[in-house]
Design a protein around this ligand. Structure first.
Ligand code: CUA
Length: 336
């Protein structure tokens, strides 16, 4: 097996090798696991049922007319009798469609306001989501946490409802925030703030992606929502709030590099804001907006040539010798 095939196999197997958390694979919009997604799913099913009924009735009438009244051997070639001005028929085909559109419009309005009118409870988790070309930044203002690409939120149960509110902003172009099993798509637009909320009802990892074309690596702008039990969430919060690890020698090498112009490691003079915050880099499962598992090998490959995995991305290739690269990886892998 060549290295590329091995890489693919490892990557395909990778979700199964994750922690005990179940991985909710992308795509099943008909298995919603949060209130906003459930409401949207119910509305979609109502719409599909109504449209399917209309389609079946119209198709059946057309089929009947074609079969029953089609030209047969021996029929006369003259024009059939024409029917004009039947009030009953005209009223029926005007009123019925109006009623259908009315039902669909009212149901849509009801669901839209049910999602948008949700009040923010005092204990809600508030996160600002910033879309970047091509990664996601998550800032928990109240908790003093900044992370990237993997959004941790608490589980919401019937006994203990816990909401997470997201404030969506863009650092550059238009993106779209979409985690199909949690909520509908929400645009992430420059100079505009959009809001949404989720209350995930099952713990685990949910896959999401950018739903609006935003440049060459749009397809590699994925994200994960990690839904933790309340205890796990608290543990994650305290780990993220802890100061970044410091290992004298290798840290000095990192702080002397140009990496600090774009990246932050809290408590050091690395205060860059252009790239992901690295204070607790190794607490994340993946690298490069969830493209590869996060470990010393992939991290080394990524730093050595970021353009190989994600051509066009904004991380420049920094010329480093093999030993410098080792030092950098040695330091970064201590940031747990
Ligand atoms: Cu960001 Cu597409």
């Amino acid at each position: 097996m060549d290295s590329h095939a091995c890489f693919l196999t490892c990557w395909l197997l990778f979700p199964a090798l994750l922690s005990a958390d179940p991985l909710h694979a992308i795509g099943n919009i008909f298995k919603p696991l949060a209130t906003p997604a459930e409401l949207v799913s119910d509305l979609s099913i109502l719409t599909l049922v109504i449209c399917a009924a209309v389609f079946l009735i119209v198709a059946a009438l057309i089929a009947y007319a074609v079969i029953r009244f089609g030209y047969r051997e021996g029929d006369s070639r003259s024009e059939p009798p024409q029917v004009y001005g039947s009030n009953q028929v005209e009223i029926a085909w005007t009123v019925v469609p109006i009623l259908i559109v009315f039902v669909l419009a009212m149901s849509t309005a009801r669901i839209t306001s049910a999602v948008q009118d949700q009040k923010i409870p005092g204990d809600a988790v508030q996160v600002t989501v910033v879309g970047h070309q091509w990664w996601w930044e998550f800032r928990y203002a109240g908790l003093n946490i900044v992370t990237a690409n993997e959004l941790h939120v608490p589980l919401s149960t019937a006994g203990q409802r816990k909401l997470t509110f997201l404030t969506l902003k863009s650092a550059d172009v238009a993106h779209g925030f979409w985690v199909p099993q949690l909520a509908g798509k929400t645009d992430v637009i420059p100079n505009r703030t959009n809001r949404m909320w989720i209350d995930p009802k099952e713990a685990g990892v949910y896959l999401g992606n950018c739903s609006e074309f935003c440049g060459t690596q749009h397809a590699k702008m994925e994200l994960r929502v990690v839904v933790d039990t309340p205890q796990d969430f608290e543990k994650w919060v305290s780990e993220q709030q802890a100061p970044a690890a410091a290992t004298a020698g290798n840290q000095r090498a990192f702080l002397a590099s140009s990496c600090i112009a774009c990246h932050t490691v809290r408590g050091t003079r690395a205060l860059g804001r252009l790239g992901p915050d690295l204070s607790h880099l190794m607490s994340r499962q993946t690298l490069a907006a969830t493209e590869v598992p996060n470990n010393a090998t992939t991290l080394r490959d990524w730093i050595k040539d970021p353009q190989r995995l994600k051509p066009g991305n904004k991380m420049p290739t920094v010329k480093l010798s093999d030993s410098q690269l080792d030092q950098m990886v040695a330091y970064l892998t201590t940031l747990k």
